[in-house]
Ligand binder design. Structure first.
Ligand code: ATP
Length: 235
């Protein structure tokens, strides 16, 4: 579904990604794990067109997307949930969800998707008339994921969904991520610092160190890899 071929991304003179190559197959959950500053967010932003690569190519279903604008990329079915959520705090929950469907005109399907989302996260239905900024951190993460789902993505890019959340809320969100993947037919590219959780939910994983991919394998194999255990799992 998605192919990154030797991409390098820069912020001015600072090179954040060095020749990154990776693949995401349709239907998978893949995870990119790595320390602070390794380049995980930059990888997602390169895919979504926010920080386009300077060299290399990104193919979505075989077609190059690395020169397209971010809104064109959303229109193709790739949606990013950014680190820190970035919901609209002054808009209600329902209005935030409407914003996710901004590029769509299929009203009936939008209604159905809204019902699906309220089934997935009943708390959002309960709070639908409250400003997004009044929600707890976990609820805001649910809203950010839901807003992205309202765009009907084929590929969902999740940046650190566990950030700042209590373990129980994180578990709830990861269970829903699995459910979205299985039931909503959505391929997921998950960036996480919580490598243990991410590798448990993912099919395959990539390890990123200072802007370079150093390892990739089945998630279960990475979980039992001694170097990964030492560096990322605290074992
Ligand atoms: P974290 O887990 O802390 O979010 P990350 O793995 O997502 O880290 P990135 O945020 O992608 O890492 O950062 C990769 C590198 O690019 C870091 O060295 C960072 O300092 C640098 N960087 C990120 N954003 C910018 C920017 N806007 N301008 C300059 N350098 C940046």
């Amino acid at each position: 579904m998605l192919e990154l071929n030797s991409i390098s991304t820069f912020y001015g003179n600072i090179q954040a990604l060095h020749d990154i190559s990776l693949r995401v197959e349709e239907g998978e959950i893949i995870t990119l794990i790595g320390a602070n500053g390794a380049g995980k967010s930059t990888t997602l932003m390169s895919i979504s067109g926010i920080a386009p690569p300077r060299t290399g190519e990104i193919l979505f279903k075989g077609k190059p997307i690395h020169e397209l604008s971010a809104n064109k990329i959303v229109g193709l079915g790739i949606c990013q949930v950014p680190e820190g959520r970035h919901i609209f705090p002054d808009l209600t929950v329902a209005e935030n969800l409407d914003m996710g469907a901004f590029l769509r005109s299929d009203k009936k399907q939008i209604e159905k998707d809204l019902t699906y989302i309220y089934d997935l996260f009943p708390i959002l239905q309960k709070r639908r008339n409250q400003p997004g900024g009044n929600l707890s951190g976990g609820e805001q993460q649910m809203l950010a994921i839901s807003r992205a789902l309202m765009a009907r993505p084929q590929l969902l890019l999740l940046d650190e969904p566990s950030m700042g959340l209590a373990p129980l809320v994180t578990k709830q969100i990861f269970d829903i991520i699995k459910k979205i993947n299985r039931e909503h037919n959505t391929t997921i590219f998950l960036v996480e610092q919580n490598a243990n959780l991410a590798l448990k939910v993912a099919d395959r994983g990539y390890v990123l160190e200072t802007g370079r991919i150093t390892l990739h394998d089945k998630a279960s194999t990475l979980l039992s890899n001694e170097d990964v255990q030492k560096a990322y799992l605290g074992i």
